[in-house]
Design a protein around this ligand. Structure first.
Ligand SMILES: CC(C)(COP(=O)(O)OP(=O)(O)OC[C@H]1O[C@@H](n2cnc3c(N)ncnc32)[C@H](O)[C@@H]1OP(=O)(O)O)[C@@H](O)C(=O)NCCC(=O)NCCS
Length: 336
């Protein structure tokens, strides 16, 4: 078994990326085959995009010419610079041969050499086996501790229009002084800066278990890169924002929607500015965004989201909207 770094040249090769995709898909969906997963275009588009806020390094393990495992290491560059995050996928027939441990060790060496003190990863687990599942045992065998549980929830689509209107009507009396607007794949230039402040604070205010995250340095330049990445992935970004009369963005909610083909929508962040909480802006932004998404495509099948179990406020909105728990995302950390 040999570990190779996949350089930008290798990642420009569709055959290499296809092999990495197939291994990742089999590994990540094993035992949870009906869960959403990236299409090839989405996977390749994300892998080939840049983010000035993160360095991405991609590795593959080969048995002869056969790609048997893949790993991606993301090292934050503008904030949280003591941390690195990775994703690791070992093909199903090639497990328990030490490949996972060898790849994790390689990533840890790189992170340590780069001055990082914390390395993190996650795994999706069934509720009833979250304490004893093999992926958790793997993480512990490699010296990781559980840092957080997030619950993954799904909302079946379509949601009847009158239910969405009910949520909006419930929020409306509390929304005086705010206006809600939805933008798709673009954002008026004067709104980007205050939107970026909210996007950067999400990781601080959303509970993240045993590991704290500092505010993310979200800049207009990074936001533009995010829009480019969505385009490369063939997805549309629906951003609903709440504005004050002087056009400050004080709440936002993002849904990522396949432009064609796939039918699964991802809920990214929802965030209400600290000084503007208690006005039902979270429910209103989510409901208005969902209404816009459903009028864009009427064949979508579900929205998927995940939150820390301790994020009572967000979880109560999601349950109110009909999201149902599906599985757990367990997050692991190792102090280097
Ligand atoms: C978790 C995963 C990466 C393990 O890869 P792997 O190549 O099978 O792992 P290794 O062979 O290096 O295992 C190292 C040790 O971890 C433990 N371990 C690994 N898989 C295990 C399992 N299913 N049950 C119990 N212990 C397990 C064992 O102690 C093992 O040592 P041993 O085989 O000598 O007993 C792989 O199953 C996978 O790709 N899972 C899906 C994606 C994922 O969850 N990745 C992130 C996990 S943090």
């Amino acid at each position: 078994m040999e570990i190779r770094e996949l350089t930008a040249d290798a990642l420009a090769d569709d055959d290499v990326v296809r092999q990495l995709y197939e291994v990742s898909r089999r590994a990540q969906l094993f035992g949870r085959e009906s869960q959403p997963f990236w299409s090839f275009q989405e996977f390749a588009g994300a892998l080939r995009s840049t983010d000035i806020g993160e360095r991405q390094e991609v590795f593959a393990a080969y048995d002869g010419d056969r790609l048997v495992a893949g790993a991606i290491l993301w090292s934050f560059l503008l904030d949280n610079t003591e941390k690195a995050w990775f994703e690791l996928s070992v093909d199903v027939p090639d497990r328990r041969r030490g490949i996972g441990r060898a790849l994790a060790t390689r990533l840890e060496e790189l992170a340590r050499a780069d001055g990082r003190t914390l390395i993190l990863s996650d795994a999706k687990l069934p509720f009833d086996d979250r304490e004893a599942h093999g992926y958790r045992r793997f993480a512990e065998a490699c010296g990781y501790q559980l840092s957080n549980y997030e619950v993954v929830r799904h909302l079946p689509l379509p949601v009847p229009d009158d239910r969405i209107e009910e949520w909006i009507a419930e929020a409306t009396p509390r929304l005086e002084g705010y206006t809600l607007h939805t933008y798709v794949d673009e954002m008026p230039a004067d709104l980007v800066e205050s939107l970026c402040v909210l996007l950067g604070q999400l990781g601080v205010d959303a509970p993240t278990g045993a590991v704290d995250f500092e505010e993310e340095a979200m800049t207009p330049e990074r936001f533009a890169e995010m829009l480019e990445r969505d385009t490369a992935m063939g997805r549309s970004r629906f951003e609903t924002v709440a504005l004050t009369p002087d056009r400050q963005v004080v709440a936002q909610s993002t849904l990522s929607v396949p432009r064609s083909g796939g039918t699964e929508v991802f809920q990214w962040g929802t965030f209400v500015h600290r000084q503007h909480r208690g006005h039902k802006l979270g429910l209103a932004a989510k409901a208005v965004n969902l209404r816009a998404v459903q009028s864009f495509r009427d064949d979508l099948t579900l929205v998927t989201t995940q939150n820390a179990e301790t994020n009572g406020y967000m979880v109560s909105i999601n349950e109110r909207m009909g999201f149902r728990p599906v599985e757990v995302s367990a997050e692991f950390v190792k102090h280097l």
